[in-house]
Design a protein around this ligand. Structure first.
Ligand code: PLP
Length: 388
């Protein structure tokens, strides 16, 4: 079956629910067992049995199964936030005395978890250049247990040579984890490129409507038992209503992404020609570091990209951003609405240096009409120029 068909049919079992199309919302903690025998033995005919709310219900199993199928992994665990889908799996694969290789362009809170918490548990982190490729081998130590990738970086958009990094790690029995949030399970297939664990902030495109916090981690058959054990033993679970909403959002992800992609590309090309713009950081454009890997490995591009402006005063930037009509400022992305945020990546780098002189903007192209979005940006640049 092709992806678009799988998106519609995966994780659904109407025959088990009176013909109801969507898996219903099961609110459950206690599950009752009629006999001692049933209490002690799970149903061997089912891969996932229902025995306590924490471990899942048909609502969460539907979402897990759909995500594992779409991404091509063995199985999926759900987490109450994208960040929890990063930190808990890291705890699954690391222990005191181990060494971790972390990409320097990583999502800020992931970096803070390494610096503030993994250090306390005796795990050492080395940050590496996102463009390192097979050169990662020079950073391996005898105790290196995990390589963490994020491709592209969600603020600076470097696309990594994932197959080269994973091949080097695999040759030494080192586990690899990727934050695949930008591409979604549709536009990058991590398991085909040698990754062991793929995680998403389901908060973004998977749910897609800016109203749910969700994390997902999908693993190969070999890596899954440790992930599953950590998720349950750290008490990770998600609310049934959130699971329902995310699965509902997932059914339209292909349509939404296709539109995000088209609009983002339209904006990116328009921005390339603006005098205020130094460089557009969009993985599908040659001006983005690692564009060649995007071209080789990805099946599409999503709606999030960066914009390096020529040097501008804080006042001019505020004049632009404070009065946008459609591009609103706010954290997160992946919803139906357009967003814009200023960033300074210089603060969150250690292995590499952020060289840009002008400010960096991150744009999320929503589902509005692209002509209206362009007009909003055009007026923003007028304010920037007037105030500058
Ligand atoms: C938002 C985000 C996360 C964290 O997701 P939350 O659901 O907000 O915790 C992780 N990685 C990337 C790349 C993100 O953009």
């Amino acid at each position: 079956m092709k992806t678009d068909t799988r998106i519609i049919h995966s994780g659904r079992h109407p025959e088990e629910n009176h013909g109801v199309v969507n898996p219903p919302v099961y609110h459950a903690s206690t599950i009752l067992f009629p006999t001692v025998e049933k209490l002690e033995h799970r149903d061997p005919t089912k891969r996932k049995s229902i025995h306590y709310g924490l471990y899942g219900t048909p609502t969460t199993f539907g979402l897990e199964d759909a995500l594992a199928e779409l991404e091509g992994g063995y199985d999926t665990k759900l987490f109450p936030s994208g960040l929890a889908a990063i930190t808990v799996p890291m705890m699954a694969y690391l222990k005191a005395g181990d060494h971790l290789l972390m990409v320097d362009s990583v999502y800020g809170p992931t970096r803070r978890f390494c610096d503030n918490w993994l250090t306390r548990f005796g795990v050492e982190t080395t940050y590496y250049d996102p463009m390192i490729g097979a050169g990662i081998r020079d950073l391996f130590k005898g105790n290196t247990k995990l390589v963490f990738l994020e491709s592209p970086g969600s603020i600076t958009f470097e696309v990594q040579d994932v197959p080269a990094i994973c091949a080097e790690a695999k040759a030494r029995g080192i586990t690899t984890m990727i934050d695949n949030t930008w591409a979604t399970p549709l536009y990058f297939k991590p398991f085909e490129h040698g990754v062991d664990v793929s995680l998403h902030a389901g908060t973004k495109y998977i749910n897609g409507h800016s109203d749910v916090m969700l994390g997902t981690a999908t693993a190969t058959e070999e890596a899954f038992p440790a992930l599953s054990k950590a998720a349950t033993e750290f008490g990770q679970t998600i609310a049934p209503d959130d699971s329902y909403l995310a699965l509902r959002g997932l059914r339209t992800i292909s349509l939404r992404l296709n539109r995000h992609e088209k609009t983002a590309l339209k904006l990116a090309h328009w921005l390339e020609d603006r005098v205020e713009v130094e460089r557009v950081l969009h993985p599908a454009l040659p001006s983005c570091p690692g564009h060649e890997f995007w071209k080789r490995d990805f099946l599409g591009s999503s709606g999030l990209f960066g914009l390096l402006l020529k040097p501008a005063s804080k006042k001019a930037l505020a004049a632009m951003l404070d009065n946008m009509e459609l591009f609103k400022m706010g954290y997160s992305w992946g919803g139906f609405e357009s967003l814009i945020l200023p960033h300074d990546p210089a603060d969150i780098r250690t292995a590499t240096k952020w060289q840009a002189e002008g400010p960096l903007l991150r744009l999320h192209a929503g589902l509005e009409d692209p002509e209206d979005l362009i007009r909003d940006l055009e007026k923003g640049f007028e304010r920037l120029n007037q105030a500058g």
